[in-house]
Design a protein around this ligand. Sequence first.
Ligand SMILES: Cc1cc2nc3c(=O)[nH]c(=O)nc-3n(C[C@H](O)[C@H](O)[C@H](O)COP(=O)(O)OP(=O)(O)OC[C@H]3O[C@@H](n4cnc5c(N)ncnc54)[C@H](O)[C@@H]3O)c2cc1C
Length: 417
Amino acid sequence: MFPSPPNGRHMSPASEANGEPVCVVGAGPVGLTAALALRSLGVPVRVLDAQAENRVRPGSRALYVHHDSLRTFERISPGLGETVAAHGIQWSGRRTRHRGRLVFAKDHPPSAGGDLPPYASLRQLDTEAHLLDACRAHGVAFGWSAEVEKVVAGAEGVELRSTDGRRWTAPYVVAADGARSVVRAAIGRRMVGRRSASHHVVVDLADPPGEPVPALREFHYHHPGLDGRHVLVVPFAGGRQVDLQCREGEDPDALMEPARLRGWLSEVVATELVDRVLWVSRYPFLQSVADAFIDDERRVLLAGEAAHLFAPFGARGMNSGIADADAAAVAVATALQATDPQRARSTIDDYDAVRRAAALHNRDAAGQALAHMRPSPGGRLRQHLAAGLAGRVRRCGTWLEKAPYGPRTMATPTSTY
Ligand SMILES: Cc1cc2nc3c(=O)[nH]c(=O)nc-3n(C[C@H](O)[C@H](O)[C@H](O)COP(=O)(O)OP(=O)(O)OC[C@H]3O[C@@H](n4cnc5c(N)ncnc54)[C@H](O)[C@@H]3O)c2cc1C
């Protein structure tokens, strides 16, 4: 197992003085976290991203920044966890309904302040903006509009080339270039897993100015106004995300047409919200993990969606990518300091073993969430019986509330993700 990050970070900056900076490919939340984590260990870093510096990324995407991730942010860049928490919200409560009937309700008291909260809910692009500010403050170098197309890993390091002919070399590369990772393909790794045949439609709605709308997270099993489809509403700072589960074989695009969209949204949220659509998209449930997270030379480390794809339910996507990024930084910093090449290689091997095992755990947890959302006839009956008993047996309501997000068991001895 690779060493856990030293308390307070800052290993001796052996790599600071000599050689090329470590390259991180991808300036999404995972790449930016990897860069910051490397800087916190005294390692010079360059982040390359295909897009321009002032790009605007669409949609709220990953909203839920878990306590583990906030703690990681705070450790690698003091104040960052608090900043992200301060710009996010905590839900005022949770409600779960089954065919319109309330089966679970819990109100959350406002946070007392002080420690980092259990989570923060904010748009991914806001989390990324805070990460980017911290990267700049900590001296991360950037190469924007640098679409990496060629990756050659050798015994001494890695050469990267972009589509416009620029070239970089680095002793190690952290590949955080997302679901369609070019780096992953270049090192001969492939994704293994499944995708669901059916889709979800996801809509971001802005809160109206003035009177605040209650920040309730709501899950509806078989919403009566939506011909029995499931729907989830997740508030975030400034709005809410509505996630509708399409029926097996249903065309998600039809549900995204403006008139149809307005119609079904009005069954789920307050009337004043239905015309405040910021973004509409669709996605299938994915459960795939790369067959290895490192290359043959032990010079490239895959992290985040370059390494694994999970359904958003359970918030395992971005949060597990942040855990990858942190672990990749420790592995690279340790390998850079190793005087014995075999020790350096085994540190990278350990990254592969630990984070791939975590990804398989997360994939299975997301798979359980999916099985609950699309149950067998027996599973459907269990849900129906639990809903009937929920008024008298609290455990039944709690089960219906928690199961759509999968089990909350630890992915590693020290990380939920
Ligand atoms: C609708 C939706 C809802 C979601 N909800 C959640 C949620 O609730 N919880 C959760 O945890 N996750 C959620 N996710 C997933 C979350 O958005 C991803 O886990 C997260 O963006 C992954 O981060 P990443 O940094 O690995 O990849 P990305 O965010 O995809 O970043 C990859 C970066 O690499 C760059 N890049 C790509 N190719 C190249 C190249 N060849 N050269 C250089 N740069 C390159 C891209 O420009 C991009 O900046 C959701 C996703 C979607 C689409």
